[in-house]
Design a protein around this ligand. Structure first.
Ligand code: KIV
Ligand code: ZN
Length: 516
């Protein structure tokens, strides 16, 4: 049994999280999230799957080259080619990790890999041995471990540890595990893998039954010491274990768990907002820890209780996750230094060049909006400039109201050339989106449209999130503006730009899937 109580936080927002439908991050966005994760204090950052495409390779390489305060991991299937490419991407990192995986469940062996257990065991042994020639920092994941035969799983772990794996990961790939049964699986592995003391046992849970966090906590009780997770729990299908949930459960229930993490919890809110803005995946209001309602008390009895003594109805102090919501920070007379100080206090780091551009946008916003809140500043920090733009909105005029035919006149810059059109629609959004589609000659379907006021007050900025699809591709888009129609058009154009990025990424794909 592992006796250290330090839990390693392995963040896979940029790999498993980026596999969420509609999410596609460009290089600048990946770097921005990577730097924020470093600030948050994660131990290992899984930067991507380098063999997947040239773009993925370059993204992983930049992250490994530039982010030095943590371990950068690259995913590889159990093949020499994948491992060579993964290593090539991360080799200049401060402490690079090769993460090799192979499925071990009979279902995956039979239907996906068409391999016997013996053949798979040999593939895993040889892949880990090959990766260990590059670095001693090798992790092996037994994909679909929670549905694997347990004695076989232990044999695989024993073999890969002998071959050089220093971390062995037990994923609940399809989110099938139930907490007490997952605890039994982890306990079995800890007790029946003879050389497990030479490695760290990791868990990686998906949230298909809403049990990812509970399953991880059960696994930690049984000796697992690494948690693979994502910010806001984003990821394939129902997502991965949410980093903030595990970390705050550990922190809040110290009476039950004497674990420690290196997470600077005060940076959780800032990180959550950044990931949500850049991925276009809005956080549901009732999401634990980072949802807009997570610390809101609606009922009179609760409000009264909290006013008398916060702990009557609050188990966590909002300040511990960096929640400063509702506090006025700046106005239009605030200067550059004050802005920088507030940004740093909010948990973000900012270079002088970034500050220059944020300050210009801050002044423009402060001219429109008397009170500028932390949430407004976060939006400015997410910076639409980081998104590579094929299409750029240059002009927007919408007329709507009772007795008026909703009409949108829009000008868009496409590869530096401006074109303009006016379109009538059923409502103002319909008119505007039709005009954008016509100008950009795109054929995406609008699948989802969400609108939200970022702060209170009638002058609050509106944030809009959209999801569009075209053929098999899905893209999310995000836009924010004090004018909700402008925010909507920005979100739509942002999604179209991401769709263009996805089409390009598709064209440069070298492998089609993560399986075999
Ligand atoms: O869910 C899973 O099994 C994975 C592995 C590649 C670790 O993401
Ligand atoms: Zn996964």
């Amino acid at each position: 049994m592992n006796t250290s109580n330090r839990i390693i936080i392995f963040d896979t927002t940029l790999r498993d999280g980026e596999q969420s439908p509609g999410v596609s991050l460009n290089m600048a966005e990946k770097l921005q999230i990577g730097r924020q994760l470093e600030k948050l204090g994660v131990d290992v950052l899984e930067a991507g799957f380098p063999v997947a495409s040239q773009g993925d390779f370059e993204g992983v390489k930049r992250l490994a080259d530039e982010i030095r305060g943590l371990q950068v991991a690259a995913l590889a299937r159990s093949s020499q080619k994948d491992i060579d490419i993964a290593w090539d991407a991360i080799k200049n990192g401060a402490n690079p990790r090769i993460h090799v995986f192979l499925a071990t469940s009979d279902i995956h062996l039979k239907y996906k890999l068409n391999k016997t257990r013996e053949e798979a065991l040999e593939i895993a042994r040889s892949a880990v041995g090959y990766a260990a020639k590059y670095t001693s920092n090798v992790e092996f994941s037994a994909e679909d471990a929670s549905r694997s035969d347990l004695d076989y799983l232990c044999k695989v772990f024993e073999t890969v540890i002998d071959a050089g794996a220093r971390t062995v990961n037990l994923p609940d790939t399809v989110g099938y595990a139930i907490s007490w049964d997952f605890a039994r699986i982890v306990k079995y592995v800890m007790e029946n893998t003879s050389n497990i003391y030479k490695a760290i046992l990791s868990v990686h849970c998906h949230n298909d039954l809403g049990l990812a966090t509970a399953n991880v906590l059960s696994a930690l009780q049984m000796g697992a010491r690494q948690v693979e997770c994502t910010v806001n729990g984003i990821g394939e299908r129902a997502g991965n274990t949410a980093l903030e949930e595990v970390v705050m459960a550990i922190r809040t229930r110290k009476d039950l768990m004497s674990f420690e993490t290196g997470i600077v919890t005060e940076n959780i809110t800032a990180t959550s907002r950044l990931v949500s803005m850049l991925t276009g995946m809005m956080v549901q209001p009732n999401k634990a820890i980072v949802g807009a309602n997570a610390f809101a008390h609606e009922s009179g009895i609760h409000q009264d209780g909290v006013l008398k003594e916060r702990t009557t109805y609050e188990i966590m102090d909002p300040k511990d996750i960096g929640l400063t919501s509702g506090k006025l920070v700046l106005g239009k007379h605030s200067g550059r230094h004050a802005l920088k100080k507030h940004i740093e206090e909010m948990g973000y780091s900012i270079t002088d060049a970034e500050l220059d551009s944020v300050f210009v946008k801050f002044k423009q916003l402060a001219d429109k909006k008397k009170e500028v809140f932390p949430e407004d500043i976060e939006i400015l920090l997410s910076g639409d400039s980081v998104i590579s733009e094929t299409f750029r909105l240059s002009y927007l005029n919408i007329t709507a109201g009772s007795g008026v035919r909703p009409t949108a006149t829009i000008a868009i810059e496409i590869n530096g050339q401006e074109i303009e059109d006016a379109v009538i629609g059923v409502g103002p959004i319909d008119a505007a989106f039709k005009a954008v589609a016509q100008l950009t000659q795109t054929k995406s379907t609008l699948d989802k449209f969400y609108i939200n006021a970022i702060t209170g007050g009638t002058d609050a900025q509106g944030e809009v999130s959209v999801r569009i699809s075209e053929n098999e591709l899905i893209a999310n888009g995000y836009g924010v503006d004090p004018d909700i129609l402008t925010a909507s058009v920005k979100a739509y154009i942002n999604a179209l730009n991401r769709m263009e990025h996805l089409k390009q990424k598709g064209a440069d794909k070298k492998v089609g899937c993560m399986c075999c």
